[in-house]
Ligand binder design. Structure first.
Ligand SMILES: COc1ccc(/C=N/Nc2[nH]nc(C)c2C(=O)Nc2cccc(NC(C)=O)c2)cc1
Length: 268
């Protein structure tokens, strides 16, 4: 809902938060309200050169209509001759990836991991009700709010369900589901697979199917070839076994993830 027409003159630009392929993200403050946002600047030249204009339009269309505590808000957008500006929620703690690297042994305690996975599952239930598949759930695309709460960001790859990926992949292949590796059309269930890959990575410190060779990673994904270190609890191993399932139909529905004993163990 684009209520007001924004422009760069409405904002004081702060420090750069990070840089992406299509442009950078800056802290910014809206002059009248003093409200702090993140301004994601995309260069039109790069967007058109890589033919991802439809992806940017989709990111704007989808994210601007979403309202969920664990989904980063898109408040609005505007453009000038060279750039497209996305006015995004500011999450002070940065990416989950950065937080992961700061942990001892680069992995989270099981209780903290279960809180992140529960937040993600509830956001994915909301997204799936809106017929949106995210498809790119990984630590780099998850941000942390001021209370350390998780926020799904970067809807550049989300699509209306069902869909077959149109574009060549960029970034890691570690999160690819078997159906995406074998180029089959995929459904919302791809996000349940990614939830399993993320759960593994947060508990262990690296992704389950990681390998130096991409082809080896593909083979491991298709054969479900991963090892669980012995410090992973039985309850966590049980849930992982229900998420990392080759057949999309047999993956544990997100509603069942929400009530799994490991997810609610921290309740006591
Ligand atoms: C380098 O240390 C950092 C610490 C915190 C941040 C916070 N970023 N917060 C954001 N709120 N809304 C958006 C969108 C963002 C954002 O895109 N951050 C971002 C982008 C690219 C890289 C990173 N890197 C890290 C380490 O967080 C953060 C960004 C960088």
């Amino acid at each position: 809902s684009q209520k007001k027409a924004w422009s760069l003159s409405n904002f004081d630009i702060g420090r750069m938060l990070g840089r992406g392929k299509f442009g950078n993200v800056y802290m910014a403050r809206e002059k009248e309200s003093k409200f702090v946002v993140a301004l994601k600047v995309l260069f039109k030249k790069q967007v058109f050169a890589d033919n991802v204009e439809h992806q940017v339009r989709r990111e704007i269309e989808i994210q601007s209509h979403l309202r969920h505590p664990h989904i980063l808000r898109l408040y609005g957008y505007f453009h000038d001759n060279e750039r497209i500006y996305l006015i995004l929620e500011y999450a002070p703690e940065g990416t989950l990836f950065k937080e992961l690297t700061k942990q001892p042994n680069r992995r989270f305690p099981e209780k903290q991991t279960s809180i992140y996975i529960k937040s993600l599952a509830s956001a994915l239930i909301y997204l799936h009700e809106k017929e949106v598949i995210h498809r790119d759930i990984k630590p780099e695309n998850l941000l942390l709010g001021h209370k350390g709460e998780l926020k799904i960001a970067d809807f550049g790859w989300s699509v209306q369900e069902p869909n077959s990926r149109r574009h060549t992949l960029c970034g890691t292949v570690d999160y690819l589901s078997p159906e995406m590796v074998s180029g089959k059309t995929h459904t919302k269930s791809v996000d349940i697979w990614c939830l399993g890959v993320l759960m593994y990575e947060l508990l262990v410190g690296y992704a389950p199917f990681v390998d130096r060779e991409i082809k080896e990673t593909y083979k491991k994904i298709l054969k479900l070839d991963y090892k669980l270190p012995d410090y992973v609890s039985k309850a966590a191993a049980h849930l992982l076994g229900k998420l990392l399932v080759v057949n999309p139909e047999e993956r544990l529905p997100l509603e069942r993830v929400m009530i799994h004993p490991w997810i609610n163990a921290h309740k006591n």
